[in-house]
Design a protein around this ligand. Structure first.
Ligand SMILES: Nc1ncnc2c1ncn2[C@@H]1O[C@H](COP(=O)(O)OP(=O)(O)OP(=O)(O)O)[C@@H](O)[C@H]1O
Length: 242
């Protein structure tokens, strides 16, 4: 399967400190890939490199065959940051319709996107008055409007209740079935099993780049959280004996 995202030997330094130590990974087209790792492991930094807003020390990041951040990718790559990027003084519906208008889309498409993220009931509410989880869903609705080929979501399920989280993951898979490639970061390991592929990252190094089934087999356990811990321990003992 063709790769929508290809990262080779990526090294990034932030604040004079190396935070990504030569990451190499790929995300196949039309899959939901989970980027999982503890807080501070480098997920946001890797995402920033993929969407082309991170200065990199060395290595290459290619998205849809183009260097990350290059002008042809601007309309093709959607990015939802951890901080919601919608207008607080507009309602959810107004935000979605505004972004839809920028893409030349009718209001009905905006209203459908709002409903798709479970915000139909809050469509008339000002973003300023929404909960954190609702606000990030409003950002997601706006990011989905441009129908990007690659959609990168930084911790989209933080602050969402369990029912909504299940619905959001179902929606990610619907988008992937229509050909969108999704990279979704999370530090919640119980979301790992919902991904087609997993990128497990720890302290700026990739521990695994595989399907959940292959990660389970490699670690010899069905529990992905335990699998992650085992892979880390294996890596650490290999480093000690090296
Ligand atoms: N602007 C910055 N200047 C210096 N160091 C930074 C900066 N932003 C992040 N870092 C450091 O880079 C490392 C990776 O951070 P990053 O935000 O990529 O992690 P993360 O896995 O996304 O964490 P979280 O899940 O908490 O968002 C951390 O050690 C962090 O302290």
């Amino acid at each position: 399967m063709e790769s929508a995202i290809e990262v080779r030997d990526l090294v990034v330094e932030r604040g004079g400190r190396r935070v990504l130590h030569g990451i190499t990974c790929t995300v196949p087209t039309g899959t939901v890939a989970g980027l999982l790792g503890p807080s501070g492991s480098g997920k946001t930094t890797l995402i920033r490199a993929i969407v082309g807003v991170q200065i990199v020390k060395s290595g290459t990041v290619t998205v849809l065959g183009q260097p990350a951040g290059s002008p042809p990718l601007r309309r093709k790559v959607g990015y939802v940051t951890q901080a919601p990027s919608v207008y607080a003084d507009l309602s959810v519906r107004e935000n979605a319709r505004y972004f839809a208008a920028l893409y030349g889309l009718p209001a009905a498409v905006a209203d459908r996107a709002v409903a798709d993220v479970g915000l139909a009931g809050a469509a008339g509410q000002l973003v300023a008055d929404l909960s954190g989880g609702q606000r990030s869903r409003a950002s997601l609705a706006c990011a989905m409007l441009s129908n990007p080929d690659v959609l990168v979501l930084d911790e989209p399920t933080v602050g969402q209740d369990p029912v909504l989280r299940v619905e959001l993951w179902a929606q990610f898979h619907e988008l992937a079935a229509r050909g969108t490639t999704l990279l979704v970061s999370s530090h919640v390991m119980d979301e790992a099993g919902r991904c087609d592929r997993l990128l497990l990252i720890r302290e700026g190094r990739l521990i695994a780049d595989d399907t959940p089934a292959a990660v389970r087999t490699a670690a010899g356990t069905d529990d992905l959280e335990e699998a992650f811990l085992r892979l880390i321990r294996e890596r650490e003992s290999a480093e000690v004996t090296a």
